[in-house]
Design a protein around this ligand. Structure first.
Ligand SMILES: [Zn+2]
Length: 270
């Protein structure tokens, strides 16, 4: 049954998103109690288990608290849906590559799936935090770089050259975004985006780090135009760029190889 693993992964992703919303809140406020996910933000009432089922609860209670009837931010629902979809799609894509469940799976392949899901969760947390606070925290990016580097070293069998290529990719992405930040004098993108770009270049590797940046600019431009068209934002209003970088990174992480082949076939070799 090829859909079981993607389904389990999708549910894990949705649960993970509710957890990350709590982490994001704690990182911002430094407070130890949980809020947002297990309490209503308005009346502080503790949520029942029926109201804590990811994705479904929001639909059942129609986005309103059952006691005070105040609106529950749709961001909770969207983050659960988004991370659930991303985990599910990642598991489906991994099955395509690894041949699971028909073929036996190696430790390397299992490691790759964990590597993908871990990094998607990190990028999810960065996205949630960046949307809320327009900031990308060192406290998230630095540990993620350390874990990413160790994981890549293991996945590459502790060979020096492929690990160096990932670092080259990281350096390239960071310098590219750094150049934009310098040219635009920090309007729009900031220091946090440079560090995020380093992480993205590292985990996607060379040359997929370039693909990740390319995709994020396309997605960002499309989304920005859409907002202006819908008159939701003015031309000069700032939109955090971290979510676009993260989305581009996830696509490049999962489909870097086929995207590169498609690009080479379509534009270079005629
Ligand atoms: Zn309430």
């Amino acid at each position: 049954m090829p859909w079981i693993l993607p389904l389990i992964a999708a549910l894990t992703g949705a649960v993970c998103a509710s957890f990350l919303s709590v982490v994001s809140f704690r990182l911002f406020s430094g407070e130890q109690f949980t809020r947002g996910v297990s309490h209503c933000d308005h009346c502080q009432r503790k949520l029942t288990w029926r109201e804590k089922i990811p994705i479904l609860s929001y639909i059942v209670i129609r986005g309103r608290c059952t006691s005070c009837h105040k609106r529950i931010p749709i961001a909770y629902f969207l983050s659960e849906l988004g991370l659930g979809l991303a985990f599910g799609i990642a598991a489906a894509r991994w099955q395509q590559i690894s041949g699971f469940p028909a073929a036996p799976v190696s430790a390397h392949d299992t490691g790759l799936l964990i590597f993908w899901l871990f990094n998607i969760a990190v990028l999810g947390l960065i996205t949630i935090y960046d949307i809320d606070h327009m900031l990308i925290l060192d406290a998230i990016v630095f540990p993620a770089v350390a874990v990413g580097l160790a994981a890549i070293a293991w996945l590459q069998g502790f060979q020096l050259q492929p690990v160096l290529l990932c670092l080259l990719s990281a350096g390239f992405d960071a310098m590219f975004i750094g150049a934009i930040v310098a040219l635009t004098r920090g309007q729009g993108m900031g220091e946090g985006d440079i560090k995020l770009a380093f992480l993205i270049g590292l985990i996607t590797g060379w040359p997929h780090g370039v693909t990740a940046l390319f995709l994020s600019f396309i997605i960002g431009a499309l989304f920005g135009s859409l907002l202006v068209l819908l008159r939701r934002k003015g031309m000069k209003e700032a939109i955090p760029f971290g979510p676009f970088l993260s989305l581009g990174a996830v696509i490049a992480l999962l489909w870097g190889e086929p995207l590169l082949n498609w690009y080479l076939n379509a534009f270079i070799i005629i």
